[in-house]
Design a protein around this ligand. Structure first.
Ligand code: XMP
Length: 528
């Protein structure tokens, strides 16, 4: 969210009174995940810079503070520190890994350099009772990732959990409402990690969990209104869920000051362009600019078969077309993008830093700078499932909200070989059949991504009395958590059969269908 309390965008935070937990970010890779797990408990939670001033923290009036992990050692020169006054505010604190070591060091305890680096799964046992451990079984597997560990020589803490190498894996301060974990409760490898965070938030901080995703929308809407004023915002629509959610939030915030641009590059799925029109012109009555650039793209791509070159051309032409349209919209000051938190990580940015980063392969990468726009990224702190919940709340359809990802270069990288209007039509029809059959078999939501690929290969077939020599469709369907690795989906044979029969009967110019049984790695999900 652009309304984060980080100094990059300090606006709009404290206007809505609700239970708030702040995560002070010490640079850990999973810091944002902590915030998300707390939000899963229906308690609003935001990541903020570790050096947010005490005055600002008091102003925000959080119910609890979580000090995240981080890559540094507390003994490193220049390692991030914390204001000692934080521990006298009476606000419950949970230190995680580096966060705990820092609490310990700041309060006068010592931290020892780990003689034995602990990394990975470790068994952890409960050694004392405390509300923080409510419902936690006697032994759980936790995810450790640390070199240093606290060495409680001055008796600051009471041990709550221990591992074989760390007698104080979970601790509680003797007199203050301060807890600490040497392991990471936010990662899925830690059993009951969500429960520990829930206990901190509810049992220790006393939160009731009344926050809803709709509060986040209200918060975003207020911040956008305040930031945009009377100016105009341009939002590029791709047809996917992220840009649609951004447009819907903006529409709620600024209505007629929003202009949406949708570039029809001729590489879209069947019916996509009509759906976008229906959604953003008829349902949300936005100022929608649909640019029909089908011919332009096909001309530029004529004769090109090399995948990287295709991608480059599609990216370049997109920017040129988008830019021209954007320039035709007077007084636009802002450009909105649907960057999600995982995109921010992918592009190597730290949430700590102010740099605006864009997904490397993002459609409109580079545009804001070129056009002198200020960037609005309302989803920047969110994870995909939170965006989906927001989408439903904003009135977007289930079909859109659960749509499989579709790459920026679209059918361009699924139509192998040379791109032409007839070949793209063939692919579009086959792809629509694949999706229709998955939906009617109830598999669309079970599979994370599925599509058809048109191969530049002809093979012999027989139809009626005649010999055919036509192209091949490959069907790809994968199960994946994060799209970084993926397994091919073991599709039921009857579904494969229906897909194959329908494609061969209904799509002219295709006489063979094959199923892709390769996993990623070593293959990729897309074929180009
Ligand atoms: P690969 O093929 O690399 O794909 O295994 C992983 C995920 O990324 C999507 N993808 C893209 N998305 N622009 C996008 O917006 C692109 O250029 C692009 N290339 C791949 C792919 O569909 C899959 O979900």
């Amino acid at each position: 969210m652009t309304v984060s309390v980080a100094p990059t965008a300090p606006a709009g935070v404290s206007t809505i009174q609700e239970e708030l937990i702040l995560v002070l970010d010490f640079g850990g890779q999973t810091a944002q995940l902590i915030a998300r797990r707390v939000r899963d408990q229906n308690v609003f939670c935001q990541l903020v810079r570790h050096d947010l001033s005490i005055e600002r923290i008091q102003e925000l009036n959080p119910k609890g503070l979580i000090l995240s992990g981080g890559p540094a050692s507390v003994y490193d020169k220049g390692s991030p520190k914390v204001d000692p006054r934080l521990f006298d505010l009476g606000i419950p604190i949970l230190g995680i890994c580096y966060g705990l070591q820092l609490v310990c060091q700041t309060l006068g305890g010592s931290v020892k350099s780990g003689t034995k680096r602990e990394f990975g799964r470790t068994e952890c046992r409960v050694v004392a009772a405390d509300p923080f451990l409510n419902g936690i079984p006697e032994a759980i597997t936790v995810w450790m990732s640390h070199g240093d560990q606290v060495d409680d020589t001055v008796g600051l803490f009471r041990p709550l959990m221990s591992t074989s190498t760390c007698s104080i894996a979970a601790v509680k301060h003797h007199t203050k409402p301060i807890y600490g974990l040497q392991f990471h409760p936010e990662v899925t490898h830690t059993e009951q990690g969500g429960r520990l965070l829930a206990n901190f938030v509810k049992e220790v901080c006393g939160c009731h969990g009344t926050w809803k995703i709709s509060s986040l929308i209200e918060r975003e809407v207020a911040a956008i209104k305040a930031r945009v004023g009377n100016n105009r915002v341009i939002c590029g629509l791709s047809g996917g869920v992220d840009s649609s959610v951004v447009a819907a939030i903006l529409y709620r915030a600024i209505g007629s000051q929003l202009s949406c641009i949708f570039v029809d590059n001729g590489l879209l799925r069947k019916g996509e362009s009509d759906k976008v029109r229906d959604r953003f012109q008829n349902h949300f009555k936005t100022d929608l600019h649909v640019v029909d650039a089908k011919d332009r793209f096909l001309q530029e791509l004529a004769g090109v078969t090399e995948p990287q070159q295709k991608r480059k051309i599609i990216g370049r032409v997109f920017i040129e077309v988008f830019r021209k349209e954007a320039e035709s919209i007077p007084d636009a000051k802002f450009l909105a993008q649907g960057t999600l938190y995982p995109d921010v990580i992918e592009s190597g940015a730290n949430a700590d830093g102010p740099a605006a980063t864009i997904k490397a392969h993002h459609n409109v990468g580079g545009l804001p700078e070129q056009l002198g726009f200020e960037l609005i990224e309302p989803l920047r702190d969110l994870f995909k499932d939170e965006v989906r919940r927001m989408g439903l709340e904003l009135g977007l359809t289930e079909e859109l909200v659960w749509r499989h990802p579709f790459p920026g270069p679209g059918l361009g990288v699924r139509c192998l070989g040379e791109l032409s209007a007839p070949r793209l039509t063939k692919l579009r029809e086959a792809d629509a059949i694949v999706l229709e059959e998955l939906r009617s078999a109830g598999l669309y939501r079970v599979i994370q991504q599925a599509f058809a690929v048109l191969l530049p290969v002809q093979s012999v077939g027989v139809m009626g009395d005649g010999r055919t020599y036509e192209e091949v469709i490959a069907v790809r369907a994968v199960s994946t958590d994060d799209f970084m690795t993926a397994d091919w989906y073991p599709m039921p044979h009857d579904v494969l059969q229906r897909i194959s029969t329908r494609i061969i009967n209904e799509v002219r110019g295709v006489n063979r269908v094959v199923y892709d049984i390769s996993s990623k790695p070593p293959s990729t999900i897309e074929w180009e």
